[in-house]
Each structure stands twice: as structure tokens, then as C-alpha cells.
Design a protein around this ligand. Structure first.
Ligand SMILES: [Zn+2]
Length: 295
């Protein structure tokens, strides 16, 4: 059986009294063929931590959140109510990572130490897979409730894994079936002339590429007249200037573009650079359309 990657949301630092129980939890995961990944533990950030979390989350088929006390408040207020018992709070990353997984519809299992409260650990906030247990007990991972929940959650994670893997395989299959390599993502218009902008289709891509990579994939149509739709004819400089290509025009409507092919491409790429998000959005929309039509 394949080993599946899952995101384990836990703080890097925990109190000594929790360590044995956590080690046992790792052993159980290993026996279930689950590979837990955590930023700062199994994976180390190069970009901003949040970017790294998102990138790692995209590779995972499920999320387990362990709520360990990180902040303890003995005296103070919650809103205007003076606290009576110590308030124990988990790491903020537990909340951030749970939200990201929730949006991706990953199966989520939340387990927290007694008295850890607020955010995703408030009953009803995220899912019914929320368990409270004494993390100081070394055998907490063997607790009947936890074990049952873990198995339940694992079934869902495996399901997620199968679906995404089969989707990836399908995309590879589709690649041979698409009759064209480019999609139109917009039209560059200036002075009554227009040029269609097309982008090369890249199906196996989970995250938005850098703008420079995206620009390399751009192809532009010959310029045409916005009024009569005819392709523009090339305008050359006079024989005294060696007849070099200096522009395009529509003889019928009188519209013109001042610049050669290279200058036109430069203008188009500058426009994409300025409005990258909206061009990329249109590209993504077209790609999703292709995939939906084929599945
Ligand atoms: Zn025209």
C-alpha cells in the first residue's frame, strides 16, 4: 500500500511531560502508513512561513491538528469578564492551518489537550472530529475514542488521496487528447487595432507561475482592425530608410498601430505584466473548463 502524506499541525516546542505521548502518536501514524509533515519539523521554510504552509498543504491528503498549550494566562480578562481559571491557548498556526485545510476540503481531525480552548478548538467551529484528551498520558494515542476517530479520518484521507491521484493521472491522459496547445486569454486593444493574446496550455500546474515564466508562454495573433476585423497590412518606411517594417494599418478604416512585430509583442507583454492577476484568472478559467469538459 502507498504511504500517504498528511499535514500535522503541531507546535515545534512542547512541554517535557507531553513528549512520550507524542512519540507514541508518531509510532501509530507510522504503523498506519501515514507520513506526517510539519513545517519546522519534517519540512523547513525557505519562503515566508505562510507560503511554505500553503505549498506543503497542497501536497497533503489530510490534516491532523494537535492542540498543545503554548500560552497560559493566569490573570486577566476575556472581553470584560475577569478570568477565574487559567486560560490555555494553542499556537496560532493551529487555526491558520486548519482554515487552509478546510478550504481545500481535506479531511480534518482535531485533538487537543484538556483545557486548550478557543478558535478551531471550540466545539462546532470546524468539524465533529474534535477530541479532548489528557496529552500527559503516554498512552493517549491508544484511547478507544482517539483510535476510532483516527481510523475514520484515515479512510477519508485515503479516499481524498485516491481521488487526487486519479485526477492527476487523468490530466496526463487528457494531454494527448487536447487538439490545441494554446488558449486565448484576452485581447490587446490600442488605437482601433487589436491583437489576440494566447497562452500555452500547462495542465500539470498547481500553483500560479511567476510572471516571467508565464510571459514566456505567450503567443500573439497578427494585429487586426477592430472595425472590420481584417488583418492589418504592414507599413514599411520609405525606400530611403531601407523599407524597414515600422507599423500596421487598415487601408479601409484608416486605423494604425505604430510599431513592428517586436514592438507589438513588447506592448502586449507590458500589459500582461501590469494586469497579471486578471490575465492569469482568465487562463485558469479556460484550463478548468477544458478539464471539466473532459472528465
Ligand atoms: Zn478596418
Amino acid at each position: 500500500m502507498d504511504k500517504i502524506d498528511i499535514f500535522l499541525s503541531r507546535p515545534t516546542w512542547i512541554e517535557e511531560k507531553f513528549k512520550e505521548g507524542l512519540d507514541n502518536f508518531y509510532k501509530i501514524l507510522k504503523s498506519l502508513q501515514i507520513n506526517p509533515r510539519t513545517i519546522g519539523k519534517s519540512d523547513y521554510p525557505i519562503d515566508s512561513p505562510l507560503d511554505e504552509v500553503i505549498s506543503l498543504m497542497n501536497k497533503c491528503c489530510g490534516l491532523i491538528v494537535l492542540g498543545y498549550p503554548q500560552i497560559k494566562i493566569h490573570k486577566g480578562f476575556v472581553k470584560d469578564v475577569r478570568i477565574k481559571n487559567t486560560v490555555e491557548l494553542p499556537t496560532e498556526w493551529n487555526h491558520i492551518e486548519t482554515s487552509l485545510a478546510y478550504v481545500r476540503k481535506l479531511p480534518i481531525l482535531l485533538i487537543h489537550h484538556e483545557r486548550v480552548r478557543r478558535g478551531v478548538f471550540d466545539r462546532g467551529a470546524v468539524s465533529k472530529f474534535l477530541y479532548e484528551i489528557d496529552f500527559t498520558k503516554s498512552d493517549w494515542p491508544l484511547d478507544d475514542n482517539i483510535h476510532g476517530a483516527l481510523n475514520n479520518w484515515r479512510t477519508k484521507a485515503l479516499q481524498y488521496y485516491k481521488e487526487t491521484v486519479s485526477k492527476k493521472n487523468k490530466i496526463i491522459e487528457y494531454k494527448d487528447k487536447i487538439p490545441y496547445d494554446f488558449v486565448t486569454i484576452g485581447t490587446f486593444k490600442t488605437g482601433g487595432t487589436a491583437t489576440d493574446i494566447r497562452s500555452k496550455i500547462i495542465l500539470k500546474e498547481n500553483i500560479q507561475p511567476s510572471i516571467d515564466i508565464f510571459l514566456e508562454r505567450i503567443d500573439i495573433s497578427p494585429p487586426y482592425c477592430l472595425k472590420c476585423s481584417r488583418n492589418l497590412s504592414k507599413v514599411h518606411a520609405s525606400w530611403m530608410a531601407d523599407g524597414i517594417h515600422i507599423g500596421y494599418d487598415c487601408k479601409k478604416c484608416g486605423v494604425e498601430y505604430k510599431g513592428n512585430k517586436k514592438e507589438l509583442r513588447y506592448d502586449v507583454l507590458s500589459d500582461i505584466r501590469k494586469n497579471y492577476q486578471s490575465y492569469y484568472k482568465e487562463y485558469k478559467r479556460k484550463i478548468d473548463e477544458i478539464i471539466n469538459n473532459m472528465s
